[in-house]
Each structure stands twice: as structure tokens, then as C-alpha cells.
Design a protein around this ligand. Structure first.
Ligand code: ACO
Length: 321
């Protein structure tokens, strides 16, 4: 038993922030950002919440699959930027789209979150517990970004991407791998809430994302190819068998480095980071939805999805579309 993606959806806030606009806020330039990252603009929330974006993406994924919300049995929301600790984003999505029969909960593995949630959906379906799931990655990272820090504010964007998956007897998700290295947690993180009880002393907190960019860069270029090869090996496939590599959209140079290490032509690595930046857990399903709506995904095509992020976390899966 496996899972098959039957529909995709996405949602982006309407406000687009071009690199040029950031030039007036921090000491940077459009040229620098494009050359070092490949990013040209990003969408930024002017009020939309993680749950609103997630619900819109899920609604579109259901429409694409031709399914009704009441049929959904499981909703998994991957996010590292919820507005509130509770209720979870997945429960808010359930309420917004009217999926009253679904169980719903969140999962946080930062930029690898969508992949880990997809693998979790697979595990529930494989165990025979649920027959279908909505899996969504949604982020409003703009509230965790220090807009005075040029090394991070240029990178991130807001948005959501979702897939509706159903059980299948053959094809679908063929294999996956996932890894975590908590000892490297200091490389990338932030978004702390202060301890405010009467017994706590003075607290130090890191409200914004901080990142060792070079460390993340080399981790991604080193680790993603290993994950991809490991997942392909489990599926009994090799690099030539893959039609498209749908990777986490963090930086064009990272993707170029991964393609080179894998010995695969860059044309097999679709990218949308030029327009949306790094949307963390939303990045992979957002790109999948774009490819799907452009008619670039044909049934039977073999895809590799791979993500990496804070934690550090990373993983990959192989699927037949
Ligand atoms: N504009 C202009 N100059 C800048 C900027 C900027 N926005 N940011 C940094 N610089 C400067 C630095 O201060 C440094 O100056 P110095 O030489 O005088 O000290 C110089 O540019 C080079 O800085 P580096 O950090 O070495 O630049 P690098 O080429 O490594 O690019 C970047 C930085 C883009 C952050 C890169 O390291 C990167 O992409 N890393 C991965 C980041 C990433 O993907 N993070 C998220 C992944 S996980 C997740 O998605 C949650």
C-alpha cells in the first residue's frame, strides 16, 4: 500500500516585495541577491495568517482532486511559523474548509516539514489507519525575519502549498528517507517566546531567525545528494530514472551544487525561488502545484522530492506521479 498525490493547491499573499525595495531598507543590492541566491522577489503577508494560507491551498488541492472536504480523514500541517501555540494550524484548516470528519495536527521540521508530513501520511495509510490525507506546508516567515539583517531578510517569503493524497496499490510514493541532527540546532533557528512566569528570572530571547549561511549552504550541498541517492537506492532506481528533482527552494546555487554532485542536468531541477524566495515548509508543495498546473507533471513520471532545514533536518522521497 502507498499514497498517490491526487491534487495540489497553493496560496500566496498578494503583496510582492522586489529586491529593489529591500535596497532601501538594508545595505544590499538586487545584483548581490540575484547572484548569491537567485531570488528576485518574494510574497509577504500583510495580514494573512498561516492557517488562512494553508486553508486556501488545501481547498484548491481538494478542488484539483475533485474531492469534498467531508471525505478527508487526516490533515497534517507542517509549519514553523504559527501565529499561536494553540489551536494548531491543522485544526484551523479543518474548521475553515469544513473537513469535519478529519483528525488534524501540526508537525514542525522547518523546511523539511512538508516532506516529513508526507511521509507521516504514508505511514498512517500504510498502517491502514486512514485512507487519505491533506498535507500542507504553510509559513508566514516574515514575522520571524529581522528586516534589519541583510543576511536573512533577503531570503525568505510567505506562502502555502498542499497536496491531497489517497491510498493506492501500486506506484505513488516508492521510498523515502529522513534524518535529523539536533547537535547542529544552533546553525539555524529563532522565533523564541519569553518565559514570563513570576518565578523566572530575566530572560534572553532570540525573536528572529539567525543563521550561519555558509554552514547551511555546505550542509545542503553535501547532504541532499546523499539523501537522494539513498532514497533512489531503496526504490531500486538511479539518477537516470528520474524525470524531475523537486528540491527545497532555498538558493539557486545550492540547487546547482546538488545537480552537479548528482551528475544530473540542471534542466531536471525546476525552480520558482526567483519569484517566491525560500518559503520553508511551503516550498516543495508550492513548486509541485505550479508544475501540476502548468501541465508539466504527467502520470507515470518519476519525481524525487528533497528538503533540508533547521533542526537540522533533511530527507528525500521518490514517487511515481
Ligand atoms: N547584501 C550584500 N551583502 C551581503 C548580504 C546582502 N544581503 N548578505 C551578506 N552580505 C555580505 C556579508 O556581510 C559578507 O561581507 P564581508 O565579506 O565583508 O564579510 C559577504 O556578503 C559574503 O557573505 P557570505 O555569508 O559569505 O555570502 P554567501 O555567498 O555565503 O551568501 C547566503 C550568503 C546567501 C546566505 C548563503 O550563504 C546561503 O544561501 N546559505 C544558505 C542559506 C539558506 O539556504 N538558508 C535557509 C535554508 S534552511 C531553511 O530554509 C529554513
Amino acid at each position: 500500500m502507498s499514497i498517490h498525490i491526487m491534487g495540489t493547491g497553493s496560496a500566496l499573499p498578494g503583496r510582492v516585495v522586489e529586491n529593489r525595495e529591500l535596497e532601501g531598507m538594508v545595505d544590499t543590492s538586487d545584483e548581490w541577491i540575484r547572484e548569491r541566491t537567485g531570488i528576485g522577489s518574494r510574497h509577504v503577508s500583510t495580514g494573512q495568517t498561516v492557517a488562512e494560507l494553508a486553508a486556501d491551498a488545501c481547498q484548491r488541492a481538494l478542488e484539483d482532486a475533485g474531492k469534498q472536504a467531508e471525505e478527508v480523514e487526516l490533515i497534517l500541517a507542517a509549519t514553523c511559523s504559527p501565529e499561536e501555540a494553540a489551536p494548531c494550524v491543522a485544526c484551523q484548516v479543518q474548521s475553515r474548509i469544513g473537513a469535519g470528519n478529519a483528525v488534524a495536527f501540526d508537525l514542525n521540521a522547518a523546511c523539511a516539514g512538508f516532506l516529513f508530513a508526507l511521509h507521516t501520511a504514508w505511514a498512517y495509510v500504510e498502517a491502514g489507519i486512514y485512507r487519505n490525507a491533506l498535507v500542507v506546508g504553510s509559513e508566514v516567515l516574515s514575522k520571524l525575519v529581522d528586516w534589519e539583517d541583510r543576511s536573512t531578510c533577503i531570503l525568505f517569503g510567505d506562502g502555502a502549498g498542499a497536496v491531497y493524497v489517497e491510498n493506492c496499490q501500486e506506484g505513488g510514493l516508492l521510498s523515502f528517507v529522513q534524518h535529523a541532527d539536533g547537535k547542529k540546532g544552533g546553525v539555524l533557528g529563532g522565533g523564541a517566546r519569553l518565559l514570563s512566569n513570576p518565578w523566572a528570572g530575566q530572560q534572553e530571547c532570540q525573536p528572529f531567525f539567525r543563521m550561519d549561511g555558509r554552514e547551511v549552504f555546505s550542509f545542503a550541498v553535501r547532504q541532499v545528494p546523499l539523501n537522494v541517492e539513498e532514497a533512489l537506492g531503496k526504490a531500486g532506481l538511479g539518477i537516470p530514472d528520474v524525470d524531475l528533482f523537486v528540491l527545497h527552494q532555498a538558493n539557486r546555487r545550492i540547487i546547482e551544487g546538488i545537480a552537479k554532485r548528482l551528475g544530473a542536468d540542471l534542466s531536471r531541477f525546476p525552480m520558482n525561488l526567483e519569484r517566491v524566495g525560500n518559503t520553508s515548509s511551503a516550498a516543495i508543495p508550492l513548486l509541485l502545484d505550479e508544475l501540476n498546473r502548468q501541465g508539466r507533471l504527467k502520470r507515470g513520471m518519476r519525481l524525487v522530492l528533497s528538503g533540508f532545514g533547521a533542526g537540522l533536518t533533511c530527507g528525500a522521497c521518490v514517487m511515481e506521479w
